[in-house]
Design a protein around this ligand. Structure first.
Ligand SMILES: Cc1cc2nc3c(=O)[nH]c(=O)nc-3n(C[C@H](O)[C@H](O)[C@H](O)COP(=O)(O)OP(=O)(O)OC[C@H]3O[C@@H](n4cnc5c(N)ncnc54)[C@H](O)[C@@H]3O)c2cc1C
Ligand code: FES
Length: 280
């Protein structure tokens, strides 16, 4: 069915989707749910380009819905474009093209998933693809208690797995206090994992990768760059010799650490280099 629909659909043209449900996840984050069997079957790590009529297009990780043939976007209001998407109303239409990019390579065994903020979206989709034999530890990072997302959803997706969910807040108002990376360091001191998957702020991912590789653990990260076309034409998402929208967004940690841009610099909207000023 999906294959048949795919043959009719041009993946590079926005497909209009009606917003059917809105979930307020936190005071600044909303999930917009729509019906689309192609997006609902996208793989963990893939993204879509989302057209907000009259405003702009934004890359968004594809969130799951608990209902069949539905998908969603979980957006944090930030600048003009994401705020416009956040403010879309029930019944309004967005244009969706994709899915684009590669996906996480899910290893068997004991997995550690490390997510910060809306970086949790591809990790939640990853949970849809795990087997009951997987043992999962999920770390959910947020700034403060009312910005913690997806804890109940993750518990319900993991009900048939041996699992543990650890929440951390920077201000200590919920769960453990401090940085996600401190929890990762503690966990890696006590136990080992067959693979680690991470998505969130770049410096968080940089440090998670360093810790994983120091213990010889396979690690992958889904990374963000400014994206305009989403399909490998404009070059705005380039990172070293890679085009992140096409070659990624998921990269092996071992590759990322050899790279002199990841964790150090990115290109802004004009294509100029910006530096990450400090390392966590
Ligand atoms: C593959 C991918 C998936 C994404 N998934 C989600 C998601 O699920 N939910 C979500 O809320 N957002 C997601 N984003 C981020 C989103 O696309 C927007 O970049 C973000 O919402 C800010 O957009 P804005 O135009 O409102 O703000 P802007 O005005 O563009 O941004 C405000 C500030 O953030 C900086 N900035 C914006 N984007 C980037 C970037 N990619 N890298 C470094 N700095 C940046 C700008 O330079 C500016 O200083 C994703 C991005 C990518 C590339
Ligand atoms: S966004 Fe245009 S090449 Fe990646």
């Amino acid at each position: 069915m999906v294959k048949w629909l795919g043959s009719l659909r041009n993946f590079n043209k926005p497909y209009l989707c009606k917003i059917e449900k809105i979930i307020d996840e936190t005071p600044t984050v909303r999930t917009l749910i729509f019906s689309d069997s192609i997006m609902s079957n996208s793989r963990p790590g893939q993204f879509a380009m989302v057209w907000i009529p009259g405003i702009n297009e934004l890359p968004m990780s594809i969130m799951i819905s608990t209902k069949k043939n539905q998908a969603a976007f979980t957006v944090r209001k930030h600048g003009v474009n994401s705020t416009a998407l956040y403010n879309m109303k029930l019944g309004q239409y967005i244009g969706v093209r994709g899915p684009y990019g590669n996906n996480f390579n899910i290893k068997p065994g004991k997995l550690l998933l490390v997510g910060g903020g809306t970086g949790l979206v591809p990790l939640i989709r990853l949970l849809k693809f795990i087997k009951t034999s997987h043992n999962i530890t999920l770390i959910i990072g947020a700034k403060t208690k009312n910005e913690v997302i997806f804890e109940d959803l993750a518990n319900s997706l993991l009900q048939h797995n041996q699992h543990s969910i650890i929440t951390t807040t920077m201000d200590g108002t919920y769960g453990c206090k401090g940085l996600v990376t401190h929890i990762v360091a503690d966990l890696l001191h006590e136990t080992t994992f067959d693979a680690i998957y991470t998505c969130g702020p770049e410096l968080m991912m940089f440090n998670v990768i360093k810790m994983a590789l120091s213990k010889q653990i396979f690690v992958q990260a889904s990374i963000e760059r400014i994206m305009k076309c989403g399909i490998g034409i404009c070059g705005s998402c380039s990172m070293n010799e890679n085009i992140v929208c096409k070659d990624g967004t998921v990269f092996d940690g071992s590759y990322l650490l050899e790279n002199n841009e990841f964790g150090y610099m990115y290109r802004n909207k004009s294509g100029s280099i910006e530096n990450y000023t400090s390392k966590v």
